[in-house]
Design a protein around this ligand. Structure first.
Ligand code: MRU
Length: 344
């Protein structure tokens, strides 16, 4: 398995690259039941909106297989879907993938074996489509990047966060494939360090020049003219264009505006949630305080101090220059532009 591919279905089980061990160790875990998949998503062994959607789809396949002989197969299937859905609340791809899977299973009339077959096919389709979608996002986004210049990114919206290729990093990859000379500045992304551990790892593996900075260096980098734009991924895009993405994205968008730099969001339509009117309606996941109080297992804050650990923030649509999707680049006003994409 490619060392930047986060998941693979081996016909019986879901094999996940354990992203909590990167970059030090390339280790895999084999999930043989839905509970193992749910735990892996919760613990962020697999993470990134499209990747957790695909992983959850296979988790539902495993759950269907576990429930196949039960008289209450359909109730059990819904319970498994709910268990998987609750693991992480912000990235809508998780709920999107599970909903798509359940709709497919409904076509099996009452036969659990038939449902299992359909679910297995659908999970494979979700995984395959994700890669095609990311390549299309790359094709639409690459022309927006400079011919020769720096691009800032945050968190990891790359191959590791999807099934392959990536969204924000897909745009960067496509630009490099076009012959553009791009230097990436990757924010380390405290507290979970996806930028340092994952983005730097996968860009280095691809030979794309990458410079790692701590999150508080972004203003310095922009002020010095080291980057000509910002491109990030998304966990949920609301109907009005507000974007939930990794904590710190909002500050970067404001910095970009102050420095007159374009701020792009790259996301598949599976991340666009027209049922959520705006960012205020997006549930923000709160994670374990020890992610903030500790660094690599070492306590860095006094015992007993209050800690806030939201995993995401919302960037208001007014700071976003364009949303790059597989169907094209949407510009403001986003409410009309995003809705039109679904009619295309
Ligand atoms: O908490 P994570 O690591 O799952 O957060 C990931 C992000 O915020 C990504 O930017 C987003 O999911 C887009 S991935 C293509």
């Amino acid at each position: 398995m490619d060392k930047c591919r986060p998941l693979r279905w081996d016909g019986e089980a879901l094999v996940l690259l354990d992203q909590t061990k990167l970059p030090g160790e390339v280790a895999y875990i084999t999930c043989c039941n839905h509970e193992q998949v749910a735990a892996a998503i919760k613990e962020m062994k697999v993470r990134g909106a499209p990747a957790i959607g695909a992983a959850a789809a296979y988790g539902l396949v495993l759950g269907a297989r576990e429930a196949c002989q039960r008289a209450d197969f359909w109730e059990a299937l819904l319970d498994v879907a709910e268990r998987l859905r609750r693991t992480r609340p912000t990235a809508v791809n998780l709920a999107w993938a599970l909903e798509r899977m359940l709709q497919k299973a409904e076509r099996a009339s009452q036969d659990p074996e038939e449902a299992l077959k359909l679910l297995t096919e659908e999970a494979a389709a979700i995984a395959l489509e994700d890669v095609e979608v990311n390549r299309a996002i790359g094709r639409h986004g690459a022309p927006l990047l400079p011919e020769d210049g720096g691009v800032l990114t945050h968190c990891n919206a790359g191959a590791l966060a999807t099934v392959d290729y990536g969204t924000a990093l897909g745009v960067i990859r496509a630009a490099v494939e076009m012959g553009k000379k791009i230097r990436v500045f990757a924010c380390e992304t405290r507290p979970f360090l996806q930028g340092a551990r994952l983005t730097a790892y996968e860009l280095k593996a691809d030979g794309i020049p990458v410079t790692l900075i701590t999150d508080n260096m972004a203003g310095y980098v922009m002020g010095r003219g080291l980057v000509q734009g910002v491109v990030v991924g998304a966990d949920r895009v609301a109907a009005n264009g507000d974007v939930a993405n990794k904590i710190g994205t909002y500050s970067l968008a404001i910095l970009a505006r102050e420095h007159g730099l374009p701020f792009y969001v790259a996301a598949p339509l599976s991340t666009v949630d027209l049922a959520t009117p705006d960012g205020e309606h997006i549930t923000i996941e709160e994670r374990d305080p020890t992610e903030v109080s500790h660094l690599a297992g070492i306590r860095i804050a006094p015992e007993g101090v209050d800690i806030l650990n939201p995993a995401f923030d919302v960037t208001p649509a007014k700071y976003i220059t364009g949303i790059i999707t597989e169907k094209g680049v949407v510009k403001p006003p986003y409410d009309r532009g995003l809705a039109a994409l679904f009619r295309k």
